[in-house]
Design a protein around this ligand. Structure first.
Ligand code: SF4
Ligand code: SF4
Length: 171
């Protein structure tokens, strides 16, 4: 099995596919609070992204094994699905931050200690490589469970690459 196939079956998105395709740029760039990006490449019996979404932006599944499909016109960027997805496959990317060089990424974080506002963090790509630095803007816990949704200010040119963070704390 080659590296690309191995990554795919590990749940890493290695190619565009329906539902995992980024939002249309003309809608995305003007959408304050961001739009969901769902990176769930496999057919698995799972649907909390759909059941947790308060607006119906993750369209109803015909079958529990369906891969999610998104109606971005309904997405408010609330981040609830980011916390609800057990596969850590939902993200919100905000390109309408008012600064064309920056983006805001909302991603799931399940470790302790939790990031704190103002903290500089290492930005990691889909395969865990260090691709830069970002700053935590806020953290939320929409489902009041152990999944924190971290809002991170990142360079805009990394918006389609960064999918995790690592804290830089020592000790
Ligand atoms: S960010 Fe909010 S509105 Fe958008 S798909 Fe997720 S839960 Fe639905
Ligand atoms: S909740 Fe997450 S893992 Fe489950 S189907 Fe939705 S995006 Fe995929």
């Amino acid at each position: 099995m080659d590296q690309r196939t191995r990554l795919y079956y590990s749940g890493v998105l290695v190619e565009p596919r329906e539902g995992a395709t980024p939002p249309p740029l003309e809608l995305w760039e003007g959408k304050k609070n961001g739009l969901v990006v769902v990176e769930c490449p496999q057919s698995i019996p799972c649907n909390p992204c759909h059941t947790s979404c308060p607006t119906g932006a993750i369209v109803p599944f015909k079958d529990i094994n369906d891969v999610p499909k998104v109606d971005w016109s309904l997405c408010t960027g609330c981040g609830i699905c980011v916390a609800a997805c057990p596969g850590l496959a939902c993200f919100v990317v905000d390109l309408a931050t008012g600064d064309e060089s920056r983006a805001r990424l909302k991603l799931p974080f399940e470790f302790l200690p939790k990031p704190t506002k103002g903290e500089e963090v290492t930005l990691l790509n889909r395969v865990g490589e260090d691709v830069g630095r970002g700053t935590v803007v806020r953290t939320t816990e929409p489902l009041r469970d152990r999944t924190t949704v971290v809002h991170v200010d990142i360079p805009r040119n990394l918006a389609n690459d960064v999918r995790a963070i690592r804290l830089n704390r020592r000790g």
